[in-house]
Design a protein around this ligand. Structure first.
Ligand code: TRP
Ligand code: SF4
Length: 405
């Protein structure tokens, strides 16, 4: 198969191992990953180096969480036969690419990333005035570019990092994609596509470069995708030549925005470990029961006879996630008409969560009993990832002229 198509079809995403996963991860991120794994070549990795940028003074949580995160992914339905699962630190090429990219990345680009100042202010108890923390979005760029991933599923807070990645890729291609004779080589490559295709490419290129016609750009890219007669290097040249840049050694990724999870925590705020309001994927049934039972409800409902308003009640948000229309109707009538008690109202939620978690818990338990299986999955995934990363690094070094030995 044509390599560039394969690469742009790949999806990469990562999670920092700073604790076990909860329903917020499941409904927000994992279900999305599970769908993507059938359609794309997916790379999912445990971003252990990223965790160090904020947890460098107490890294003990990282090693334990790294394995737990993998168990949670597998238990939730990530299939290691379809997706490549690995640890960042087992693919040291990420660090090499990060270093090389750091040479060309203006300091201002990193200082301007919104999460830099935000997190420094929000995590006041940690000293984040470090070199590693400033550079972490660039490490993320290396994570993405090293697999030449076309798509990166991320939450809203991470979109700026994918944007930075695009800028860095563009700069890299501009600086190192213009090998000697670039124009001549591109013109020769155009001819190799055959008369008809060459003519079409030239027209589309002109329309894009002279009139900024985005549709022409898209059509031309599609045309390049379909070329079977030209080499990969030529294809990369022509992608870049199309836009007036250099050879596209590191393609620019797109973000796939993960819809903001509707999953509330048990206090009605967003479910997050830092708010201490989570239900873990491996939470045992009694604990789920206990947590939902003690959840706050509409404060107006002090007694059974006081009518309430579901809109003012965090339990209602759980019904929105879990209940069918009939149950929701029953909640609204019962609550507003003071016909049901809050404990009754919570029962279907408890049942729904527990039946959702039961198979996940079971699978997690099996994996926990079988650490060798997990180790093998991660070792194999890391090897597979490393093969791809090595290929990219060969090209990167060559483009930068540091492939001598
Ligand atoms: N920074 C991401 C987070 O905090 C995790 C991450 C690291 C990541 N590298 C990535 C996500 C590459 C997507 C792609 O959630
Ligand atoms: Fe909330 Fe249900 Fe109680 Fe109404 S009846 S306040 S929706 S828990």
């Amino acid at each position: 198969m044509n390599k560039i198509i394969a690469e742009n079809n790949s999806v990469l995403s990562g999670m920092r191992p700073t604790g076990s996963l909860h329903l917020g991860h499941y409904h927000g991120v994992l279900k999305n990953w599970i769908n993507l794994q059938h359609e794309y070549q997916c790379f999912f990795f445990v971003a252990d180096w990223h965790a160090l940028t904020t947890h460098y003074d107490d890294p003990s949580i990282i090693a334990k969480s790294a394995w737990d995160v993998v168990i949670d992914w597998l238990a939730a339905g990530i299939n290691p036969g379809e997706a490549t699962i690995f640890f960042q630190s087992k693919v040291p090429e990420h660090a090499e690419l990060h270093l090389l990219l750091s040479m060309i990345t203006p300091l201002g680009w990193l200082e301007r990333v919104p999460s830099y100042k935000d997190l420094q202010e929000n995590l006041k108890d940690r000293d984040l005035a470090t070199y590693g923390f400033l550079g972490y979005p660039l490490l993320q760029s290396a994570d993405i570019l090293i697999y030449r991933a076309g798509q990166v599923p991320v939450g809203e807070d991470q979109v700026a990092h994918v944007e930075l990645t695009r800028e860095v890729a563009r700069r890299f291609n501009f600086l190192y994609g213009r090998e000697p004779g670039y124009e001549e080589k591109s013109e020769a490559a155009i001819k190799k596509m055959g008369k008809k295709n060459a003519k079409q490419y030239n027209n589309l290129r002109k329309r894009f470069q002279e009139q900024g016609d985005q549709e022409a750009l898209a059509v031309a890219r599609e045309l390049l995708k379909q070329q079977q007669n030209i080499t990969i290097a030529d294809q990369e040249r022509l992608y870049g030549y199309l836009e007036g840049g250099g050879r596209m050694i590191l393609p620019e990724p797109q973000s796939i925005l993960t819809p903001t999870a509707k999953m509330p925590g048990i206090d009605g705020q967003k479910m997050s470990k830092s708010y201490n309001n989570t239900i873990a994927l491996r939470e045992d049934p009694d604990s789920v029961d206990q947590k939902i039972r003690t959840m706050p409800t509409d404060p107006a409902r002090v007694r059974l006879t006081d009518p309430g308003d579901p809109e003012k009640c965090p339990v209602w948000q759980f019904h929105e996630v879990y209940s069918d229309d009939a149950t929701k109707q029953w909640v609204c009538d019962g609550c507003r008409g003071a016909k049901i008690g809050c404990i009754d109202c919570k029962k279907p939620v408890i049942e729904a969560i527990n039946s959702e978690l039961e198979p996940i818990r079971k699978r997690a338990e099996e994996y926990t009993k079988n650490p060798d299986a997990i180790e093998n999955i991660v070792a194999e995934g890391s090897e597979r990832a490393r093969d791809v990363a090595r290929e990219t690094m060969d090209e990167v070094r060559k483009a930068m002229g540091i492939d001598y030995r």
